[in-house]
Design a protein around this ligand. Structure first.
Ligand SMILES: C[S@@+](CC[C@H](N)C(=O)[O-])C[C@H]1O[C@@H](n2cnc3c(N)ncnc32)[C@H](O)[C@@H]1O
Length: 276
């Protein structure tokens, strides 16, 4: 890693927080103009509106950085944190896209599932009202009616509000969202239970830095501010071990992204797991 690349690693979280701060101010102005005092005076509601507005801008930027990895992942072309040419098990069947945001992966899911040749229905699970509204617009824009259904709830409400049954899902897709869900261990367990035996989970998540002393310490320090600026997101989740320990798996291929070294401040784990 060159000095310039290292500097970029260190500055990157702060660049994102600065952009988020700008969208915080935009959100205050929007709410004042709409005289929406109920949202302005509730931290939870304001935070939700802030992140929703931020992600309308940030979603496409984040997609640009991640698509080179997420597309092959959904196509079934990722092994050991790297991309390969042989296709094995693309996303298909009944699919839960968790934390679908503003629908950044809907076009990729549409292309991948169309080429699999199997009947597919994707449920986009997204509790943020601004993001869920953007997700619905995306369904219309891409003509995905009947193939993509928006569920405007959190994971924790899927059974009660959407009548989602345990053991009913072929594939789960989580792209940069397990960093943001509440009670990660409990909700990851709920997701595991929704998978059918033999069902597959496609993961692309940023995780806790754990190699050496300096980078983890710097990540923990940045995270102190990050959790204020980035909605419910945390930089320091041990998502890989949370998923591995949730139940038994027939096959696990969940590794660090091969191009990211120990100096990465926002490292990713990626790959697929198949439920036993
Ligand atoms: C960083 S955004 C990523 C969005 C999208 N996956 C993408 O890559 O553009 C994380 C998303 O997780 C969602 N989220 C937060 N809590 C959740 C919950 N309990 N259940 C499902 N999604 C949740 C947030 O609303 C947000 O849209």
């Amino acid at each position: 890693m060159t000095f310039r690349e290292l500097l970029l690693q260190l500055v990157f979280p702060w660049m994102l927080m600065s952009i988020s701060l700008y969208y915080g101010l935009v959100t205050v102005v929007k709410l004042l103009l709409a005289l929406d005092l109920a949202t302005l005076t509730s931290w939870d509601k304001f935070n939700e509106a802030w992140f929703g507005n931020f992600w309308v801008y940030m979603g496409p930027v984040s997609k640009e950085g991640a698509e080179a990895w997420v597309r092959p992942l959904l196509e079934g072309r990722v092994r050991q944190g790297d991309i390969c040419q042989t296709v094995q098990h693309p996303v298909e069947g009944t699919v839960l896209e968790i934390g679908a945001g503003s629908g950044m992966w809907m076009d990729v899911l549409a292309q991948v599932t169309a080429s699999s040749g199997k009947a597919t229905k994707v449920y986009g699970v997204e509790p943020n009202p601004i993001s869920a509204a953007a997700l619905r617009r995306k369904v219309d824009e891409l003509g995905m009616q009947g193939r993509y259904e928006v569920l405007p709830y959190g994971i924790e409400d899927l059974q009660a509000k959407a009548d989602m049954q345990p053991g009913s899902v072929d594939c789960i897709v989580t792209v940069q969202c397990l960093c943001s869900i509440p009670e990660p261990d409990k909700n990851i367990r709920l997701l595991y239970e929704y998978l059918k035996p033999g069902g597959r989970w496609y993961v692309y998540e940023h995780v806790k830095a754990e190699e050496g002393l300096l980078v983890p310490a710097y990540q923990r320090f940045s995270n102190f501010f990050w959790t204020f600026f980035m909605g419910s997101c945390s930089m320091c989740r041990s998502t890989r071990s949370s998923i591995l320990s949730v139940g038994s798996w027939r096959a696990v291929d969940l590794e660090r992204r091969v191009d990211e070294g120990p100096l990465s401040v926002i490292p990713h784990t990626m790959g697929t797991l198949q439920k036993a």
